[in-house]
Design a protein around this ligand. Structure first.
Ligand code: IMP
Length: 840
């Protein structure tokens, strides 16, 4: 049923016809205003089948999107041809998440079409901004890790690197968050309901994938012992390609290939003929379930069979695809490491290591040792977490049932690896147990992080501190064995989306004073530094910020009715809701501030608007309770006439990429307050700083480097360091002692636990307070007093607008290092050894 993937070389006449079509003055893809107008009108009629009497906003969006897409296609093909022509080494970025957001505006910007399309549509009485709002977010990720993958795609294309992203085309991405009585309610996000203008289905490249079944050992040619994987279930992986345009004229258009699972058989004819219609289509449902939903990430391992199926499914399809592409131009798999680099975004795709071994050894007859050398040379692994509960493990039982051959391979890899470690002067015996790919115990488990470390030539952390902790703690045994394998690649964010698209006013200002170079060389932002001393420029910078605040205030007003004072400090904490990120610390401070104002009418700090946003994993009760607490505090504070105009609290519903684009540019203050040693990097911190917000932060993740970059005097630091955290834990953390001795802590906890913010249900928030006073691993109360003192410094600093603006400008000027272009250059040079190739 599945068409084999077979490209045919067309006739010379066809090639000539294509060539001619490229040379002709191409009205179909010309970028001028008139051509865009015509393209829009044509697509409205010929693609959407609508006219001025029947077109909806969505039709108009699609017509415009197709006009843009036409202008991507040529360059896409040119790029792919160039990779073949140059026989370029390619990098494959495997990630279970790509949090892309909307694609239209980014494509317009990167192709240089935004102004012309805006003008073309304006001539037709259509507002481009309205059309852009029609596009649903492609929310194929949970948070930082998935958004990082999306930023990396943008940078890889902009740097013209031969790169491909591989992931899953979830039918339902991350849920939409609604609020009911202050509680999070999840709604399935049907982003594909009306179709996606940016994907191209490729049913002709479908890949068969096996699951379950058993292995057969047999004697092959010459009596060699061989293994094959037989029986079980078959599903098909169907690729959908999304072109990823880099920024600027010489940039590549790369491919994000997303896999969708399809039944290998649409209909069981035997059942159908026997009259059992439902049974006949049952198999189809089971197979297609694999790519239905994105698993919510609550930073605990999900021991779910379907999740393992997802991981293997997308990895098997991708490895198949990668080898096919390689074999098209090279008949020797031994050359794979010269031509291919595969980066594993966290352990989620790490089963790829066992899969490549299987394919090389079982299907291509390579000797084990040779196959293993190839694997280790090809794979790189990026670790994203230090929290032990987030390290993936699969029970040996489950793993062996779903992937019987891979379990054998993991066991064999482990046997050989541990044998090599043993022996006098080698690895100490107690370390061997920690390094094993199998965790003994009940149940026995496969440790995916250990598999990823052993099977890769490079293991990187995502911020300097994080990498240091990987070397000295999480992977210390491996680092002692292979010190050269571990390296740091501090995360970054793309300035195209996070400044150019999200903050057009700031972008225009930057381009006016610096020229356009900063967009692709964010180091150029440094030249802004002298302007921090220029009163006129500071005024301009403040105006831009104020406009962005007004834009966000309008969104808030339209969504919930709350009126934000644009002259107040916009104090923002947006990110996934998690105890380690300590939204509790921020909301408890709001309570402290509120109580202080109530108790002392002469206390008049500058007005502040506290803005929170983020989703809680549906099964994470404490995170959901925190959302409810924020909303309950908001309810009381926002309705109290005693503090009106001085303090406002707002939970921004349904935080997602497109909303984030409105939030970062409007922030004055960025809250990065996780317990030191828990956040691997953070990337929100970078987006805020680039947009001229000042950070209140702990020495955690990339905050450390951010503070170094912007200057300690332009960063509000508080809290325990990693060493301080470790020492306190050793001594024994005693939150009840803090409660006993600190009157503010006592008053705040009493108010929360006693029902001041939940009068109808006084005990509602008791569990939050109990957890803070119990065995709180995140030491919220330990940092509380210092956090309050730090926030008082913030209030004092705000009172000096010129000095504040100077600091804000310096934050923008000195954050260029946090462009994902820099990060990707480091990956390309130091891990992948792939080179940029300019596209004609
Ligand atoms: P893929 O590498 O098979 O995914 O093909 C992607 C694109 O690469 C195609 O649409 C072509 O534009 C280009 N391409 C594929 N094979 C060749 C080739 O042999 N020479 C030049 N370009 C190719």
């Amino acid at each position: 049923m599945a068409a084999p993937r077979k490209s045919t070389t067309g006739s010379r006449a066809e090639a000539q016809a294509l060539e001619r079509s490229r040379d002709l003055p191409n009205t179909r893809t010309a970028p001028d205003v008139e051509s865009l107008k015509r393209a829009f009108a044509e697509h409205l009629q010929y693609s959407q089948g609508k006219d001025e009497h029947s077109a909806t906003s969505l039709d108009r969006y699609f017509a415009a999107a197709y006009a843009v897409r036409d202008r991507l296609m040529r360059r896409w093909l040119q790029t792919q041809q160039a990779w073949y022509r140059e026989d370029a080494k390619r990098v494959y970025y495997l990630s279970l998440e790509f949090l892309m957001g909307r694609l239209m505006e980014n494509n317009l910007i990167n192709l240089g079409l935004r102004d012309n399309l805006k003008a073309a549509l304006a001539d037709l009485g259509i507002d481009l901004a309205d059309l852009l709002e029609q596009e649903p977010d492609a929310g194929l990720g949970n948070g930082g890790l998935g958004r990082l993958a999306a930023c990396f795609l943008d940078s890889m294309a902009t740097l013209s690197l031969p790169a491909h992203g591989y992931g899953i085309r979830y039918e339902f991405g991350i849920f939409d968050q609604e609020l009911r009585s202050g509680y999070q309610v999840e709604r399935p996000e049907g982003w594909l309901r009306f179709g996606c203008a940016w994907e191209v289905p490729r049913p002709e490249y479908v890949v068969p994938v096996r699951l379950y079944g058993r292995t057969e050992h047999y004697r092959g040619e010459g009596g060699a012992l061989r293994v094959r994987w037989v029986d079980g279930r078959r599903v098909h992986g169907m690729p959908y390609d999304v072109p990823i345009a880099g920024y600027g004229p010489g940039a590549a258009v790369n491919t994000l290939r997303l896999w969708r699972s399809r039944a290998s058989q649409e209909l069981d004819l035997a059942d159908f003929n026997a009259g059992d219609y439902l049974r006949a289509v049952e198999e189809k449902d089971v197979s297609e379930n694999i790519t239905k939903v994105l698993y919510p990430n609550d930073l605990t391992v999900m021991g779910k069979e379907l999740r393992l199926q997802q991981q293997y499914f997308f990895v098997a399809c991708s490895i198949h695809d990668i080898l096919l592409r390689h074999l098209k131009t090279h008949d020797d798999l031994r050359r794979l490491p010269d031509r291919v680099a595969i980066q594993l975004n966290d352990t989620h795709p790490s089963i790829a290591i066992a899969e490549l071994m299987r394919v090389l050894v079982d299907l291509h007859d390579l000797p084990w040792d040779e196959a293993w050398e190839i694997c280790r040379a090809v794979f790189g692994y990026t670790n994203h977490t230090l929290l032990p509960e987030a390290l993936e493990r699969w029970s040996v039982d489950l793993f062996g049932r779903v992937l019987p051959r891979h379990l054998e391979i993991v066991y064999e890899l482990n046997r050989r690896f541990l044998d090599a470690c043993r022996g006098p002067g080698k690895v100490p015996e107690e370390a061997i147990a920690r390094m094993s790919l199998i965790e003994e115990g009940s149940p026995k488990q496969v440790r995916m992080a250990n598999l990823a470390v052993v099977g890769s030539h490079s293991v990187n952390g995502v911020a300097a501190l994080h990498t240091e902790l990987l070397r000295t703690e999480l992977f210390r045994d491996f680092a002692a064995l292979w010190p050269g394998k571990f390296n740091n690649k501090t995360n970054g964010v793309t300035p195209r989306r996070w400044v150019l698209a999200a903050n057009p006013e700031l972008a225009r200002t930057l381009t006016e004073v610096l020229g356009p170079g900063w967009v692709t060389d964010a180091g150029e932002l440094r030249r802004l530094e002298p302007l921090a001393e220029d009163a006129g420029f500071r005024r301009l910078f403040r105006q831009v910020k104020r406009q962005n605040k007004a834009r966000l205030a309008e969104i808030v007003r339209a969504d919930g009715g709350l009126e934000l004072d644009v002259d107040s400090i916009f104090d923002v904490q947006v990110k996934r809701i998690h105890e380690y990120k300590r939204q509790t610390l921020a909301i408890l401070r709001v309570v402290a501030e509120y109580l202080r104002m109530k108790g002392d009418p002469t206390y008049r700090p500058p007005p502040r608007s506290y803005l929170f946003g983020g989703k809680a994993a549906p099964g994470y009760a404490m995170a959901k309770a925190i959302i409810k607490l924020v909303n309950s505090v908001a309810d009381v504070v926002n309705h109290d006439p005693d503090v009106r105009g001085r303090i406002a609290v707002c939970f921004l519903r349904n935080f997602r990429v497109s909303l984030a684009e409105r939030i970062y540019p409007a922030a004055d203050l960025s809250e990065q307050i996780s317990t030191a040693g828990t956040e691997a990097s953070g990337t929100g911190n970078m987006k805020f700083a680039l947009n001229g917000a000042l950070t209140v932060g702990t020495l955690d993740g990339a905050n450390v480097e951010l503070r170094e970059a912007v200057g300690a005097e332009n960063f509000f630091l508080f809290g325990l360091t990693v060493e301080g955290v470790q020492a306190l834990r050793r001594r024994g953390y005693a939150p009840r002692e803090i409660e006993r001795t600190d009157a503010t802590v006592r008053a705040v906890l009493e108010a929360v636990a006693g029902g001041r913010f939940s009068p109808e249900e006084p005990g509602l928030f008791r569990p939050i307070v109990d957890s803070l006073l119990g065995n709180d691993p995140y030491l919220v109360l330990a940092d509380f007093a210092d956090y309050l003192a730090c926030q008082d410094r913030v209030s004092r600093a705000w009172a000096e607008p010129e000095a504040w603006t100077r600091m804000a400008i310096l934050n923008t000027a000195r954050s260029g290092r946090f462009s994902s272009d820099r990060t990707i250059r480091e990956y390309a040079d130091e891990i992948w050894q792939v080179r940029s190739t300019a596209i004609d």
